[in-house]
Design a protein around this ligand. Structure first.
Ligand SMILES: [Zn+2]
Length: 215
């Protein structure tokens, strides 16, 4: 992902903030009217750069409307206001992921002074320093972690919410046998024979249910 490159007037504002003494770098400055154009430039850049996909859940929101998106600080601005305008600490996320992530710590070493600029400096999948598909795999609405960083992201941003919502709406009543079949179908490590059996059993189950009168 290409980091945002500030326009000249915005760069002047950012440079002025970065020249402040550490204790004068107030995270509230983010919402100051003076930096409206900086925030707008950041959102516009990352929404386009990410192809209108949230950097955490990967969902596509087919709009550039800024109200739908949050300018996301990967390291929360309240934890590290000195990185508030660092282009590699910024991305665009959906509201739900941003709310779930809150101000959780993402750094492996929060005491480090300089900006952490390597994949291994972060406990979650990083929008700039990691390849998302190496860590997270989606089977439709069901997410699977491929690495510890993927697992940490799933927990931090509550990425199970998609699969859980779908299961709650569409699978009732709970049926351990049926749930097991679905698990086998989406398990990349299951053998072809096991998958074929699960698909056949599930298909029989769906047909049987379709013939049942509604409860
Ligand atoms: Zn999201």
């Amino acid at each position: 992902m290409n980091p945002v490159q500030y326009s000249a007037p915005n760069k002047t504002l950012v440079d002025a903030f970065e020249a402040r003494q550490p204790d004068e770098k107030d995270p509230k400055y983010w919402n100051d009217d003076e930096v409206n154009s900086v925030r707008a430039e950041i959102k516009d850049h990352y929404i386009a750069e990410q192809g209108r996909q949230c950097c955490y859940c990967g969902r596509k929101y087919p709009t550039g409307n800024k109200a739908v998106w949050d300018g996301e600080h990967i390291i929360a601005k309240n934890l590290a206001p000195q990185f508030m305008f660092e282009p590699r600490n910024l991305a665009a996320s959906c509201k739900d992921c941003n709310i779930a992530k809150h101000e959780d710590e993402v750094r492996a070493n929060p005491k480090r002074k300089s900006f952490p600029d390597q994949s291994q400096n972060y406990v979650i999948v990083h929008p700039h320093f990691d390849n998302y598909n190496d860590h997270i795999r989606w089977y439709g609405e069901v997410v699977r972690a491929l690495t510890p960083k993927g697992k940490a992201l799933i927990i931090m941003c509550d990425l199970l919410r998609f699969g859980c919502t779908k299961a709650g709406l569409e699978v009732a009543p709970p049926n351990a046998q049926v749930d097991g079949m679905i698990g086998t179908m989406v398990d990349p490590q299951a053998t072809q024979a096991d998958k074929a059996t699960a698909i056949e059993l599930y298909s029989a189950y769906v047909k049987a249910r379709a013939q049942k009168p509604a409860d």
